[in-house]
Design a protein around this ligand. Sequence first.
Ligand code: ZN
Length: 351
Amino acid sequence: MRPMSASRHRLFRAGFAAITALGADRWLAPIARGRGVILTFHHVRPEPPEPFAPNALLSITPAFLDRTLTRLRERGFEIVGLDAVPDRLADPAPGRPFAVLTFDDGYRDNVAHARPVLARHGAPWTLFVTGDFADQRGRLWWIELERAVARLDRVTLASGLDCPARDAAEKSAAFEAAYRALRAETESVLLDEIAGLCRRAGFEPGAVAEELCLTWDELRTLARDPAVTLGAHTLSHPMLAKHDAATARREMAESRVRIETETGRTVRHLSYPVGDPTSAGPRDFALARDLSFATAVTTRPGHLFAGHAAHRHALPRVSVNGLHQTDAALASLLSGVPFLAWNRGRRLNVG
Ligand SMILES: [Zn+2]
């Protein structure tokens, strides 16, 4: 959920195009492609984005999900459940590369629009559930911020930020400025400021979950599907690294218990909310390990290599980005080439 500037997106698009034009997605894949890859998805819905849609990177169409699954098979990936990952990483004689499909936050559109596509492909998938969202409360603050900026013609924060927001271009700039400023603050400042913007825009914060997220009843129905793995995505979706250890531990442990109690399914996996280095760090990786999660996934980008067997609580993922729903982007991401420098330079991308 990290909006990027338009220039960065142009750079990404150019990068994907260059990688495929050079054929690098094929000739570098043998060294760049790891043993496997965990893909990250959020929303899957058919509607095209509005002109002002700063969270559009978090939404792909069912048709592009179908394309992604077809591409995975064409490129030789075996689609496996998250439970299989520890053994796959530790296997001394790895076979075909594997791909894991993960969906964060528990959106209703995942059942309405992704599940039929996944079922058609016989693909197992993991849904990471946030307890408060399933309770139809909690703060999907990045969506609240988008909705507030859409309605306001001026965006102001206590820090002094003051941006016009009269048309789509100004709104995009205002969203990006407010997002960047608030991400640098504590979580309570971020939540309070966005709550204030919501009220100024004429709606109450905290109503998004009821509209967009699966209820416990819906999750219980989904839990009967053997293709689905349910994972924990904390109770309230905090940026864990910004909170004390007791809070972080409670968020992880109690969300697992809640999902197990509500659905009757065992929960073995965790996804760190937001998941970048400012939101999940070494202390949180240690907590997830102490709590005996089999794996815990970040949003740090990269493929999985054998060395990740020793870092199962800080696994990188590859986000399938709604702003790049192209064959070139898919071929690049699945090749591992965009992460080559990162993976080699930072070893296993667990820092
Ligand atoms: Zn999330």
